[in-house]
Design a protein. Sequence first.
Length: 332
Amino acid sequence: MFAAYFDCPGGPENLYMKEVMKPNPGEGEVLVKVSASALNRADLLQRRGKYPPPKGASDILGLEAAGSVAGLGPGCSGRWRIGDAVMALLPGGGQAQFVTVPEGLLMPVPKDMTFIQAAAIPEAWLTAFQLLHFVGKLQEGERVLIHAGASGVGMAAIQLVRLAKAIPIVTAGTQEKLEATANAGAAAGFNYKNEDFSEKVLEFTQGSGVDIILDCVGASHWEKNLNCLSTDGRWIIYGLLSGGEVHGDLLARLISKRASIHTSLLRSRDKEASSGYQQAFTEEVLPHFSGGASPRLQPLVDSVYPLHAIAEAHRAMEENRNIGKIVIEIPV
């Protein structure tokens, strides 16, 4: 089969489509014929040699996939049949023509949804769902500040906060991205490049601040985050785009607000924990992607690249050109 590959860490130019061995499903695993995958920051880090896959995971890029069931390993429960349309969050291996997945980690593709659209769901939406509900314990009426609001996780988080009857506030780096977040349901949005988002957030919340911050940025935002975090607020860090080295009196500021820092890394969680998140997501959120649901949730696809153009897809994400998800179409 063909897969996205690189022989040594480096820039996007190191990526190419390589012919590799097709995997065989093991005990309790399902073989999925992949129609579409999607690109994530973790793929960029792995390509640079800074984020190796978890032990035992495929070294092929790709943390999510959508396609059809092509084979069943021994011991499968019978939940899935050949030809079923499925999608999955993966520790790796999604950007290939076939991938094996433990049957409990598969989710059905929502009715009337294409594989391109479905590929934009697993990583972004499960990450946002887990951060908001399992880590942040989001409650109705709470205010949530979402950094990188126009990213895949950001756009998912906006809609999930609305679904929970809470208030999403975002930051982004361009007016175009802020407009996109507003269309997705953001109650307010601020350009972190040309205004102090903490002051704007305090103004919007009439001085009370936000209850939860979803932060994939890290070091450059820490002081402003604490400035606009409410008393007893939860600051959830799930990425470090600006680095992780903090200079200043972080702990004293944190204590003064009785605030808490939580961290999360979905990729390295064990199968049992991941299965728990996915079951809750499948039951509580997935029905809202189907027609007739109210409110209706929608994944946002920014662009689609064929697998042989994987390098260009990486360049687009590195340059922050995307609003929503970059999807990789896998050849038949």
